[in-house]
Design a protein around this ligand. Sequence first.
Ligand code: HEM
Ligand code: HEM
Length: 200
Amino acid sequence: MAHIALATEADDPARSCRSVKVWDPIVRVFHWTVAGGVIANLTFLRHQETPHIYVGYAVVTALAIRLMWGVVGRRHARFSSFIPGPSGLWRYFRAMAARREPRYIGHNPAGAVMIVVLMVLLATVGTTGWMMGLDLFWGVGWVETLHEVAANILIGAVALHIFGAIFESVRHRENLPLAMITGYKRAPTGTDIDHAPTAD
Ligand code: HEM
Ligand code: HEM
């Protein structure tokens, strides 16, 4: 069951003006390392093999740390606090279609699914990139193809992810990209959800 904040808090302007720390430094450094590294490797470092590999390894290292942090880290960083079950996701999509989706203090269910997709694509691109340098897979066609295909799918996923971040920022009148820099979001009010989604 969702823990919904008390309705009386919604009417308290002093409380609604306050902000809460949501994204810890590991989440924020991870995000902007990955965003910068991926954009660089897809554009001006695409054919610069040595820096491409260094930047790629930086992205992979950030991902590995983030995956561990998703298990042992702080509240909103934990996967168990934001990865929804199928019915939780379905409910969120139905609420979106009716334009009454609640505001989440952590990742919302749709954003969370996209985050999982992005992480799987990053792991695929990183693993195939690493494999390309091994004697065992040197010049093996499918490894290079998978690296390039996963990178191209990543472009589409990132575009949707950015669209989603802007869309939800407008819907809830809150600058979510800025929150990913500062770590702070508006404190929860009446209908906001600040809980782990039910894994149903
Ligand atoms: C290659 C580019 C990018 C990748 C691979 C990427 C990936 C991710 C990932 C994995 C997360 C989850 C963070 C976590 O919990 O650790 C995330 C969150 C987020 N990203 Fe990105 N991102 C990219 C670019 C951007 C850009 C350019 C923006 C700004 C418009 C942005 C805005 C956000 C926001 C606002 C969140 C938090 C969403 C929420 O509030 O639930 N991302 N991103
Ligand atoms: C941030 C994640 C990464 C992204 C988005 C990415 C993206 C790409 C793309 C799009 C290409 C195709 C270039 C082309 O032929 O048009 C490529 C090639 C390549 N990538 Fe990555 N890459 C990443 C990480 C890595 C890593 C971690 C390594 C190695 C450790 C690596 C090694 C290579 C190599 C060696 C090539 C050249 C392959 C060739 O020219 O046939 N990449 N990468």
